[in-house]
Design a protein around this ligand. Structure first.
Ligand SMILES: [Ca+2]
Ligand SMILES: [Ca+2]
Ligand SMILES: [Ca+2]
Length: 806
């Protein structure tokens, strides 16, 4: 391939001189043998879906043309017609970025026709790739005869070193610097149809899995280390804490080479991320709620930022209300049947917008935070952004009056009356209210000054600095004069987490089992991934709040240590594997079907992207008098995977091993016996198997107390010599009181024995076809039932190598 540079006429000439030879050579080469299934990378190549996927090449500022449809098609009903071409490169273009790969060979075909009676009798056309900047490569050419459909039919190979981050295919006439001097020769209209580029399928999207340990063992902040989440709103229901967050992970796209993502783009976020806990350290990932966008619960909204949550009994039915910012311009609410959904929209337009009474003077009608009072009356706090220019500059700075509170209707999805002003000092956004001992506490985020807030002004004594969380205390949820200001609740997070973690914050406060907690975010996980230059991806944090005797709050200090674990983790039940205190290198993904732990209507996730060396861990698990076994619901993806259960630390003693030995691709429950596990321990599940492979997925865990629920099977393996050849003999004795299906497996083969009677053996002598065998391991999988429950147990047994030639 020839790279040509539009700025260089000389190089351009060289490209034209060689492109014909290249095409001829390409045509002579047969398709490479043994290629993977080939795919047409072109969308709508026949223009039968109109101009979907097509636009006019705009690689240079001077390029331009009109693209339309014509019924004069080579095939089907439509072809593309390009007219008003300004440059030779002005032709139909399709973006193949992310589809074509360096080093791959593709077959390109297309039909092209020109008809201008003033044009020459024949004309050469190019299919060309624009790799960004000034890098263009002619791929295939054809010489057409005026008035007839000509066919592009050639191959091209993208050089191994070519950067294909941008790869845009287009059709053009040979380049000349001043085409308008002879438009009939250079800028004729032409028609295009039946475009295809066939080759290796596009690579899967780059992994978004966070490979670093984002939450360090022993620390409780950030709350999770495998994904991001911002603007956390803590909500308590039925003994459980839920954190609803802006899904910062939605736009996270780390570069496959550098691992660094472009900066966050809030405009793309239309999901809410949800996690929950009962101990404040081990969090369950409930995945994302698709709130906004075309497939959202409320498709009339485009964004879902800064959630707020409330519950109320409406017409005898307990309902859950998730409020969110639809970008900066409005706020909305969706309704859940539980804190985990399912979700519906009771509205067909936004709840808070420019029509909301009393919202005049509020630039950003966002950040909705609900409060349901003890008497059942409900309120919604909202607003933020630049102060009204009607106020004197000093007032705009110190008392911008950009926050509001309005009563919610009994249905929680409508408002009543007029919004009242919240006169919070130096207010920016993020108002939130909780109630304690009859008093209402409103916290909010402070602005950074600038022209939106009256320019360079003198801050009133005690008023917040920029990017802090201030708070007010009132006796009335609708009345917030500036005199209710009580001080700074939380300084900027960069004071605690250092360089790269600054910016505005968004907090909430909630009570759980008699303690009060403060939620905030900081890009601490982002910082651990990329160093001090963070890209704006924020992570949830929680600290405890302590009150003074007069009801004021002691200023909150941000720490990685976070809050105390409030109870030990109960392992003796089926619980979701997407629950952990710490993790490394894993991702989670929602799958169809409900949750074993949270019910059929609740979302269920699995832990995936499990590589050799990845792990998850639970903090302070109480095994009481003792655990006999552990069961994993697992889906093996390759043979040879293994789960080791370790106590207290990542390199702690192994107390049980699950050999992930079951049919690939199928969900299976596998159990392992545990040795000497009692009392309270941190538990590490460490994953191993073939390097570079996706090992398995995990859905749930369960520990069983006391005597093991592992099938009693006695296993042995040894190497025997027969006539100078080595055989691996594997035996499994059924010590159970019922028949078992037993599979014996070695590197030399596998044998299945159905219905092995109690006391009987499954036995196989596997021939190795060699004289000498190294030390190895055989596995035995037994399936049967214990107390009516289907159980599969996997055993491993080592054998010693032998040289039978000796
Ligand atoms: Ca067509
Ligand atoms: Ca991984
Ligand atoms: Ca699960």
């Amino acid at each position: 391939m020839i790279h040509r540079f539009r700025s260089s006429t000389r190089r351009r000439v060289a490209a034209i001189a060689t492109v014909g030879a290249m095409v001829a050579a390409g045509l002579a080469v047969a398709a490479a043998p043994g290629q993977a299934a080939e795919t047409d990378l072109i969308v709508n190549g026949g223009f039968e879906n109109g101009l979907d996927g097509w636009f006019v090449n705009n690689g240079n500022a001077t390029d331009g043309a009109t693209l339309s449809l014509t019924t004069d098609a080579h095939t089907g009903s439509n072809a593309a017609l390009v007219t008003d071409r300004q440059t030779t490169g002005s032709g139909p273009m399709q973006d193949l970025s992310g589809k074509v790969q360096a080093g791959q060979t593709y077959a390109l075909t297309a039909r092209i026709k020109y008809e201008n009676p003033d044009s020459p009798a024949t004309k050469e056309f190019f299919a060309t790739m624009h790799y960004g900047g000034g890098t263009y490569t002619n791929l295939v050419s054809v010489t057409a005869t005026r008035g007839q459909w000509a066919q592009f039919n050639g191959q091209f190979t993208i050089p191994a070193g070519q950067n294909v981050t941008m790869a845009r295919l287009f059709f053009e006439t040979p380049w000349t610097s001043n085409p308008s001097a002879n438009p009939n020769l250079h800028l004729m209209d032409f028609k295009l149809d039946d475009v295809s580029v066939v080759g290796a399928p596009p690579p899967p999207p780059a992994s978004r899995t966070i490979e670093v340990v984002g939450k360090l063992p022993g620390e409780h902040n950030p709350l999770i280390g495998h994904k991001f989440g911002a603007d956390g709103f803590g909500f308590v229901h039925d003994g459980r804490v839920y954190m609803y967050m802006t899904n910062d992970t939605q736009g996270y796209k780390p570069d496959p080479v550098t691992g660094i993502s472009p900066g966050i783009n809030y405009g793309h976020i239309n999901q809410i991320t949800l996690i929950s806990t009962t101990d404040m350290v081990n969090w369950t990932d409930h995945g994302e709620i698709q709130v906004a966008g075309p497939n959202g619960v409320a498709p009339f909204t485009g964004n879902s930022w800064a959630p707020g949550m409330a519950k109320k009994v409406v017409n005898g039915e307990e309902k859950f209300f998730l409020y969110y910012a639809n970008g900066g311009g409005s706020s909305n609410v969706i309704t859940g049947a539980s804190p985990l959904g399912p979700w519906t929209s009771e509205r067909t337009s936004t709840l808070i917008d420019g029509r909301t009474p009393g919202s005049e003077g509020v630039a950003w009608k966002f950040d909705p935070a609900p409060l349901v009072d003890d008497d059942g009356e409900a309120y919604l706090y909202y607003g933020g952004g630049p102060a009204s220019t009607n106020m004197p500059p000093e007032e705009r700075f110190n008392n911008p009056k950009n926050l509001r509170v309005i009563k919610l209707g009994d249905d929680m999805v409508s408002t009543e009356g007029t919004s009242a002003v919240v006169d919070a000092p130096v207010a920016f956004e993020a108002a939130q209210v909780f109630k304690r001992e009859g008093k209402y506490y409103l916290s909010y985020s402070s602005h950074f000054g600038g022209n939106d807030f009256g320019g360079n002004q003198t801050r009133l004594p005690g008023y917040p600095e920029g990017g802090q969380i201030g708070y007010m205390i009132s006796e009335d949820p609708m009345s917030w004069p500036k005199e209710t200001y009580a001080g700074v609740l939380f300084p900027n997070q960069s004071q605690f987490f250092g360089s790269g973690t600054g910016g505005n914050n968004h907090q909430s406060a909630f009570e759980y089992e008699g303690k009060y907690y403060f939620t905030y975010h900081a890009p601490t996980l982002n910082k651990r991934i990329t160093g001090n230059n963070t890209q704006g991806y924020r992570s949830p944090h929680i600290q405890e709040m302590t009150f003074n005797p007069d009801g004021t709050i002691q200023q909150v200090v941000g720490t990685y240590a976070g809050v105390e674990q409030v109870r030990n983790f109960d392992p003796f039940r089926v619980f979701e594997a997407e629950t952990f205190g710490w993790s490394k290198g894993i991702a989670t993904e929602k799958i169809d079907g409900g949750s074993a732990q949270f019910g059929a209507e609740a979302p269920n996730l699995v832990v995936r992207d499990i590589d050799n060396g990845d792990w998850t861990a639970l903090s302070s698990v109480d095994f009481g008098e003792g655990a006999g076994s552990v069961t994993a619901k697992v889906r093996p993806l390759v043979a040879g995977g293994k789960i080791e259960v370790r106590l207290d630390e990542l390199t702690g003693p192994v107390v049980g091993t699950i050999s992930v030995d079951a049919p690939l691709g199928e969900w299976t429950e596998l159990s392992a016996q545990l040795d000497g596990v009692s009392g309270v321990h941190d538990v590490y599940f460490t994953y191993s198997g073939p390097q570079g492979e996706d090992l398995f997925e995990l859905d749930t865990w369960a520990f069983e107390a006391g005597s093991p629920t592992v099938l009693p099977v006695e296993v042995s393996a040894q190497v025997r010599c027969v006539a100078g050849k080595a055989y691996v003999a594997v035996q499994a004795r059924n010590a159970h009181d019922a028949p078992l299906d037993i599979v014996l497996r070695t590197a030399y083969g596998e044998r299945s024995v159905a219905s092995v009677a109690p006391g009987a053996n499954a036995f196989q002598q596997f021939t190795t076809r060699t004289a000498a065998v190294e030390d190895g391991t055989a596995t035995v999988r037994a399936s049967g039932s214990i107390d009516g429950r289907d159980v599969t147990s996997v055993f491993t047994v080592d054998y010693s190598g032998v040289n039978c030639a000796g």
